[in-house]
Design a binder for this molecule. Structure first.
Ligand SMILES: [Cu+2]
Length: 172
């Protein structure tokens, strides 16, 4: 006996069927439209006041949901960025509104979309966890805890994302 779909694909299909068949229930009950998975942040050296955050966001509702802004008690500014490499030069642009469509599973990962935490408030870096808030266009706010992972910045690709000192080049 062979299965041609992974369990996650089956689960996503099952979720999609449930949500699509009762869209009004999904939204009217106040249920959270987005599920956050695998939220983490590579630990930064104590003298660096920036950090990056990564997570997977799944829209389990029947309507598009937009992340309109982010904040953290530990950093003065938090935004979503997209890393780009053009003509061999790495840069980042700010993503103003991040739309997650119904049933979509969007992964923020090194080298692509990431959460940028800028201007740390405290001099001491967080060692274990980093709280952030995601504000949505439906009025909800999602509390997320980024697990701070030491020693996870390894490859040149991830360094391009997390070492912002050398190539800071933000769009507006
Ligand atoms: Cu960035």
């Amino acid at each position: 006996m062979r299965f041609y779909f992974g369990s996650s694909a089956l689960l996503a299909t099952a979720l999609w069927i449930v949500v699509a068949s009762v869209p009004s229930l999904a939204m009217d009950s106040g249920q959270q439209a987005l599920v956050i998975e695998d939220a983490w942040s590579p630990q930064m050296p104590p003298n660096v006041s920036m950090a990056a955050g990564y997570l997977t966001v799944v829209n389990i509702s029947a309507v598009p949901v937009t992340i309109t802004s982010l904040s953290s008690p530990a950093y003065h500014a938090v935004a979503i960025h997209r890393s780009l490499i053009e003509n061999g030069v790495a840069s980042m642009v700010k993503v103003k509104d991040l739309v997650i469509n119904p049933g979509q599973r969007l992964k923020l990962s090194p080298g692509g979309l990431h959460i940028m935490l800028m201007n740390r408030k405290s001099k001491s870096a967080s060692t274990e966890s980093l709280p952030i808030e995601l504000k949505l266009d439906d009025g909800n706010v999602i509390d997320v805890t980024l697990n701070v992972i030491p020693g996870r910045v390894q490859s040149p690709q991830t360094e391009q994302v997390t070492d912002h000192s050398k190539h800071m080049h933000h769009g507006s």
